[in-house]
Ligand binder design. Structure first.
Ligand code: C5P
Length: 401
């Protein structure tokens, strides 16, 4: 994966504008030529002087500047760089792009460009989840714009939710994932990802479940889609927004997850990040089991469920790369090694779970185990882990096939 040689960076108005200074520093450190356009809103947060000090060149701000038109017009400006990156992308610029407006230098350049366009949105979580913004994002993705999805967390306004701009390191990763051709490294590859918990019904109101949040699996689905793969995400009940550009199929129990996974074949890549229940009650009561007496003891018998990853690994249409996760509370590596072989996975990502570890958290520590190598990845965000996994997958397909 190669980084582009030059980037036209559009900085729109958001508290996250300051992060674009760090982003410029990272791009310059990689030898990327950066030309910046600062919108009026962006200039409320950072100055053209600060941007120019880091890019080492003129920062553009105004459509009707005559000098700009003679030195470099908006059409040329939008075409000399290899990539156009909008970071941060405010709700306003996203709406302008989706509507195809061209009322200033930025929107005109975005309409005139013939280069890949990436956007890293940043806004209040209510603005991000607003149907208008989501509609605009869907339109932009359909138009071929690449989304670098915002993350969840505390916001400058004091609220919490999805809308924080992706970290500069994640944006660098998205730039690196764009091959020189302007295509996407996993374009043409089909991927199935499982995520979240499965539940097994005891009766119509009770079930056996687990603590999986789906954060890791959803991040993997998003990173695969960002790299151009055609992704089907099979997920249990999670409290997360759907990843963009991904087909989402909701399932409940292990059996329906296997049925959905089998129906989604053939695929090139299978990533089993779901916490699939290992047992189910031997009988699901058709009516609510009644407690007759306060001292009543209920005994349930459990049967093993189907193993989704193992079944997919044995399917005649087995994907070329099958990746499982191993959540363990002890002897993590030994158990994961054995699990990789038992389930017939190519790779297992082993992580320790338990009180305050992994489940529901935004960060994770994993060890990637294959037949030939074991690689420890230090504590990182689940998104960074997903991106690293996808880089490994791209590398695998570039070398193995
Ligand atoms: O639950 P366990 O630790 O065995 O899970 C390891 C891997 O196997 C995970 O990738 C999980 O998604 C998968 N799995 C599965 N079907 C099961 C149990 C686990 O696909 N019934």
């Amino acid at each position: 994966m190669a980084l582009p040689k030059s980037v036209l960076l559009i900085i729109s108005g958001s508290v996250a504008s300051y992060k674009s200074l760090e982003l410029i520093r990272l791009m310059r450190a990689e030898g990327i030529t950066v030309t910046a356009i600062l919108t009026k809103g962006g200039a409320e947060f950072i100055t053209p002087l600060a941007v120019s000090a880091l890019t080492g060149t003129k920062t553009y701000t105004d459509l009707f500047s005559l000098t700009d038109e003679t030195e470099m017009g908006h059409i040329q400006l939008s075409r000399v760089a290899d990539v156009v990156l909008v970071a941060p992308a405010s709700a306003n610029i996203i709406a302008n792009m989706a509507a195809g407006l061209s009322n200033d230098l930025v929107t005109t350049a975005l309409l005139a460009t013939n280069k890949p366009v990436l956007i890293a949105p940043a806004m209040n979580h209510k603005m991000w989840s607003h149907p208008a913004t989501q509609r605009n994002i869907t339109q932009l993705i359909a138009d071929g714009v690449q989304l670098i999805a915002p993350t969840a967390g505390d916001m400058a306004c004091g609220e919490t939710g999805v809308g924080r701009m992706a970290e500069p390191a994640s944006i660098m990763h998205a730039l690196a994932a764009l091959p020189a051709t302007g295509g996407q490294p996993l374009a043409g590859k089909r991927a199935i990802v499982t995520s979240g918990p499965t539940i097994e019904s005891i009766d119509p109101v009770r079930y056996l479940g687990n603590r999986s949040s789906g954060k890791q699996g959803h991040a993997v689905a998003q990173a695969l889609a960002d790299a151009g793969a055609d992704v089907t995400l099979l997920c249990g009940e999670v409290n997360l927004p759907n990843p963009h550009g991904v087909k989402v199929v909701r399932i409940h129990n292990a059996e329906s997850m296997l049925a959905a996974a089998t129906a989604a074949l053939p695929a090139d890549i299978f990533v089993g990040a779901a916490a699939v229940a290992d047992w189910k009650p031997s009988i699901t009561a058709p009516q609510k089991i009644k407690k007759q007496n306060v001292l009543d003891i209920l005994t349930l018998e459990f049967l093993p469920t189907v193993d989704v990853v193992a079944s997919i690994a044995q399917n005649p249409q087995r994907p070329a790369l099958v990746v499982g996760f191993a959540a363990e509370t002890e002897n993590v590596i030994e158990h994961a090694r054995a699990k990789r072989q038992r389930k017939g996975c190519d790779w297992i990502l082993a992580n320790e779970v338990g009180a305050a570890l992994a489940f529901g958290m935004d960060e994770n520590t994993v060890t990637l185990i294959s037949a030939t190598e074991e690689e420890h990845w230090p504590l990182a965000s689940k998104r960074a882990i997903a991106e690293k996994l996808v880089s490994k997958i791209i590398q695998h397909f570039n070398t193995a096939h």
